[in-house]
Design a protein around this ligand. Sequence first.
Ligand SMILES: Cc1ncc(COP(=O)(O)O)c(C=O)c1O
Length: 401
Amino acid sequence: MSFLSTPLRQHITAISEQNDTPFFVYDLDALYAHLKPLTEQFVVKLWYAVKANPLSKVIQTLDKAGFDFDVASSGELDQVLRQGVAANRVLNTGPAKSKKQIQHFLSQGVRTFVAESLNQVAWLNQAATEHQVQLRILLRVQLRWPDGEKNPLGGDSLTPFGLGLEEWQQLRIQDYPALNFVGLHIFQWGNMLSTEKLAELWSQMITPLTNLAEQLGFTCQILDLGGGLGIPYTTDADRLAWPKLVDALATIKAAAGVEELWMELGRYAVGEIGHYVNPVVEQKLNYGEHQLIVAGGINHVLRPAVTNQAFPGELLRQSSAPSQDFLVHGPLCTALDSLGKHSLPEDINEHDWVVFSQCGAYGYTESMPFFLCHELPAEYVIEQGQVVCVRKSQNAASYLV
Ligand SMILES: Cc1ncc(COP(=O)(O)O)c(C=O)c1O
């Protein structure tokens, strides 16, 4: 099975004929077709987690499809505002909200924040008082399960995202008159491909969360379940069905008794529409293994090195040669630069390109582009059937000082 439709393969082939270095292609037509049905329901309000892919054309497509925007830095905020999105459609999550960043967000008109520490609550209140505004605040909760009970999160590792129940219980909401405490946020899972598992996980969060809101003395009007909806990285993996998910979310919303359910989607929103297209440098046989060296690696797509999960790869050219397993390596002088094991036609050679799919989320901007001074990849979009280059490839002289 291929991740490339015939027209997409034709577009990518045409682009490859004008390039000799790696490039990304984002199919905005496929993106819009995927996103539009997601917003056509009344159960969950959807935000786009901009960190997944902050490309302007991607943000514009999410905007057109009816998403609002979750940003985690001043850079992401400015990028969203530059696309003509109003600040009242922006939510700020993230563990590092400095006083300076909070000032910037308030001066730009953002009024909705997920607070992740007691300091953030105090600093948001102080800045809101100075600006003479009221802010909507959701508290981000990090849950742990008592010893001996089945832990739905599969582990109790400490993260900087939010605070535990005991820590939040110290909060006296009456001390922060510029803040309206409207809800709770929880997100401690990732790339989930089973609706049943997600529903089970979410349902176990409800009691501790509603108890916390009651103890703190506010009505939990909004429950934000973050992201974590997965996409398949292999052709045989399961796939989430949106209508089934919406049914599960409706059950959670009713059980939690909240007026609004929110999610900020990253991977599920944009992951499937990006492709990373990579020239082959050579193949070689080494200790009996077939190795394929390609021009771009974790300098452009870091994710395989941090998750140990490859993006699915296939040969761009059609070949009738039998396939064999290749270990695919990028150009960096570290063994970490592995793009995984892939079954590819045995006649693959230095005139070929490998296309890695499912690279629309956590691709280029999550990577380490300067290491070893290779070219920065070009970025192309396909919009209304037309290919447009939105960023040309740049060589190292353009960024080295
Ligand atoms: C607060 C928050 N919400 C949503 C997301 C998006 O998650 P996903 O890409 O799994 O949808 C992230 C990702 O890190 C996040 O930090």
